[in-house]
Design a binder for this molecule. Structure first.
Ligand code: AMP
Ligand code: ZN
Length: 498
């Protein structure tokens, strides 16, 4: 007989953004979960804020799998239709970058998709089950627009198609996720400009007619144009997960309008609400402000791994950063700082030391000073309470303390308990939190390397100030020869490892 799956014995609760409450999780089909997470718009390198959201959902994916669910995890790549400032008008983010760099839009897409994958794999994130692209689903998008028009919730205007929010709101509720009310939205918006194709300012584009200079365009019954950003996610989620599925996630900033519009589109096209549990991950901030591409208030993963940013006293390994993120609940704001990362690093190595210690411990006849079964239950309780990783980590440190007392022979552990302790630690630390057992010594070497290169950069700057260009060039060229490239910029000189 097959073992009872863990999920049968664990009562998982998920905070559902749409009800504002923690709800007992029940999938549509027993034992199976469909989960969709909005992926990146691939027009530039991901910053650490983006990474936090994807790492949060990686932890969620991991725990669901650990519970024994079969999870189909779909995370898309937005490679068209996302306009500047997340607005309804303006240039496509990918096309703009292509224009500025004089490249094909698909070269931009390829470059930043690759970067995203490399970064996520450094953070030990598991690849989603399906990673569909918006441009690969234009046909399906056209079909769903036709259905929404046929159902009376969209209209064509000058080659573009808009979702009719007021019409929809007569029979449905636009604003149910974000808690907004359409009347208030109308009262707070300015009149439409005379040139607008929309009936009302709240209406959003399902299909946009391309201006002559717009290079990313596809034929459709309405015009040569491109799909609306919100529609892409509706199409890719329903195609792979069905008209109704279990979990939809994304960063908090996507709640409105993006996810609100997805609900409206799903209801307008299929007559049923698309998602049972809406999950929103909170923001990573820097200096108390959201990390954001548009304001430049960001740290890149690359800077973090090399220590190459004035914010950082040293480089940090990806797993330390992941641990730092796991120490906050995914729904809490997390402020980034060098001090907090250093504290996480200390904690991380303490945890790893204990894991190494536990594998060498000898069992006694009884357990004294700790109840391993209760501790294991509490670890699960933390995760079952809306994936509370900071509480889980506090529990893991209770075990660390106990392990160290056993090591000092001030407590003992039975053979059975030792087995449970080892297995549970392994499950949570590596499988669920997704941490990697890195060696403190090798990370120490990378700290020293970065310190040494910074010293050479300073010596080179001194040589240049003294017009000793022979020395400054020698430092640059010889570093390059061993694979360390210096880059001079406005903020000073930085380096990368080739
Ligand atoms: P984008 O590529 O701009 O569509 O964003 C990709 C994902 O990153 C979305 O789910 C955003 O909500 C998320 N995101 C953007 N900025 C941050 C931040 N500072 N902290 C956490 N998540 C963020
Ligand atoms: Zn989306």
């Amino acid at each position: 007989m097959a073992a009872t799956p863990l999920y049968n014995t664990q009562g998982l609760k998920i905070y559902n953004s749409i009800s504002g409450q923690k709800e007992t999780f029940k999938p549509i089909t027993e034992g199976n979960i469909g989960m969709y997470v909005c992926g990146p718009t691939v027009y530039s390198n991901v910053h650490l804020g983006n990474c936090r959201t994807f790492i949060s959902f990686d932890m969620i994916f991991r725990y669901l799998k650990h519970l024994g669910y079969k999870v189909r995890y779909v995370r898309n790549i937005t490679d068209a239709g996302h306009l500047e400032n997340d607005a309804e008008e303006g240039e496509d983010k990918v096309a703009k970058k292509a224009r500025l760099e004089q490249l094909e839009p698909m070269e931009i897409v390829q470059r930043y998709t690759l970067d995203f994958h490399q970064v996520m794999s450094k953070f030990n994130a598991i690849s989603p089950s399906i990673e569909p692209t918006a441009t690969g689903h234009i046909v399906e998008q056209i079909e769903i627009i036709k259905t929404i028009i046929d159902n009376g919730f969209a209209y064509e205007s000058n080659g573009s198609v808009y979702f009719d929010v007021q019409k929809f709101n007569e029979t449905h509720h636009y604003g149910k996720l974000s808690g907004r009310n359409l009347e208030d939205m109308i009262a707070n918006t300015r009149e439409l400009s005379a040139q607008s194709d929309k009936k009302n300012p709240q209406d959003f584009a399902l299909w946009k007619k391309a201006e002559p200079q717009h290079i990313m365009r596809w034929p459709s019954p309405w015009s040569d144009g491109f799909p609306g950003w919100h529609l892409e996610c509706t199409v890719m989620s329903t195609k792979y997960l069905g008209e109704q599925f279990d979990i939809h996630g994304g960063g908090m900033d996507l709640k409105f309008p993006h996810h609100e519009c997805e609900i409206a589109q799903g209801e307008a096209a299929c007559g049923q609400t698309p998602v049972n549990y809406w999950m929103h991950a909170n923001m990573l901030t820097l200096n108390g402000k959201k990390m954001s591409k548009s304001t430049g208030n960001t740290i890149s993963p690359e800077e973090l791994f090399s220590g190459n940013n004035s914010f950082l006293g040293k480089p940090f390994d990806a797993t330390i950063v992941r641990f730092f993120m796991m120490q906050a609940h995914y729904r809490s704001i997390l402020d980034f700082s060098n001090d907090a990362l250093e504290a996480s690093e200390k904690g991380f190595y303490r945890l790893m030391d204990a894991i190494h210690t536990v594998s060498g411990l000898t069992a006694g006849t009884t357990t004294e000073g700790f109840n391993v079964e209760d501790w294991k239950t509490e670890c699960y309780e933390a995760m079952n309470d809306d994936f509370n990783t900071p509480i889980l980590i506090a529990k893991l440190f209770d075990a660390v303390k106990f392990i160290n007392t056993v090591k000092e022979q001030k407590a003992s552990i039975s053979k059975t308990d030792l087995e449970i302790l080892r297995q549970t630690l392994h499950d949570f630390v590596f499988d669920v939190l997704g941490l990697v057992d890195i060696n403190e010594a090798s990370s120490d070497v990378s700290d020293k390397l970065s310190g040494t290169v910074k010293l050479l950069i300073a010596l080179r700057a001194e040589a240049r100030a003294n017009k000793d260009f022979a020395t400054s060039d020698k430092i640059r060229d010889e570093l390059l020869e061993i694979g360390i490239q210096l880059k001079d910029g406005r903020e000073g000189t930085t380096f990368s490892l080739n």
